[in-house]
Ligand binder design. Structure first.
Ligand SMILES: [Zn+2]
Ligand SMILES: [Zn+2]
Length: 68
């Protein structure tokens, strides 16, 4: 995934975006992004990025389903 040069974070609108939400593709800065460690199976895990909304949504952040 690539971010266009000069894209601002769509969460705070102040900082330049450095990453895109995995599910809704909202551009996010390093402060607003929520990182989730998908550490399943034998692959050693994979870190994915969510916006705060998707991070809190169990239908998008499937880590919440498996937690406990
Ligand atoms: Zn931000
Ligand atoms: Zn999102």
């Amino acid at each position: 995934m690539a971010i266009e040069e000069g894209t601002d974070c769509h969460c705070c609108g102040e900082a330049p975006a450095v990453v895109i939400c995995l599910t809704c593709e909202t551009p996010l800065c390093g402060t607003c992004v929520r990182l989730e460690d998908y550490g399943f199976g034998c692959d050693g895990g994979k870190v994915v990025a969510f916006c705060p909304d998707c991070y809190a949504d169990p239908t998008k952040n499937t880590v919440l389903k498996y937690d406990g």
